[in-house]
Design a protein around this ligand. Structure first.
Ligand code: SF4
Length: 123
């Protein structure tokens, strides 16, 4: 059965990027059984370059394991291809870049706080 054809048509695809669960362990058999993509035409998940990924994103929006799926996709090396948790490769690259920027910002802030603490000890 192809779930994609059993789901009601959405008026417009909504990019719902789930909050990463930070749990990138491989899916358990029970979790994998919940994935909607495992019951769908595989071609949906690999749209041609420049083609919209609406159908895949619509299915992912209803998937109960989307947060785990995104965590796995973001942690995968080499990077995974296709649509994962409603995100394209470009979406995931943007998420990772934002995470890296935030990590650098936090490291710089921590370094400044440590410098201030060192100066306080000298004074
Ligand atoms: S969220 Fe992940 S597991 Fe669920 S349908 Fe989308 S790609 Fe498949």
């Amino acid at each position: 059965m192809r779930i994609a054809h059993a789901l009601p048509a959405a008026p417009a695809p909504v990019l719902r990027i789930p909050t990463p669960a930070d749990d990138s362990r491989p899916l358990t058999i029970d979790e994998a059984a919940l994935s909607l993509c495992s019951q769908t035409d595989p071609e949906v998940w690999f749209p041609e370059v420049g083609q919209p990924a609406r159908e895949a994103k619509r299915i992912c929006a209803a998937c109960p394991i989307a947060a785990r799926c995104l965590a796995i996709a973001l942690a995968s090396r080499p990077r995974v291809e296709g649509i994962w948790a409603g995100t394209t490769e470009h979406d995931r690259a943007r998420i990772l870049a934002a995470r890296n920027r935030e990590a650098r910002r936090q490291a710089a802030t921590a370094a400044l706080v440590a410098d201030d603490a060192d100066l306080g000890e000298v004074a």
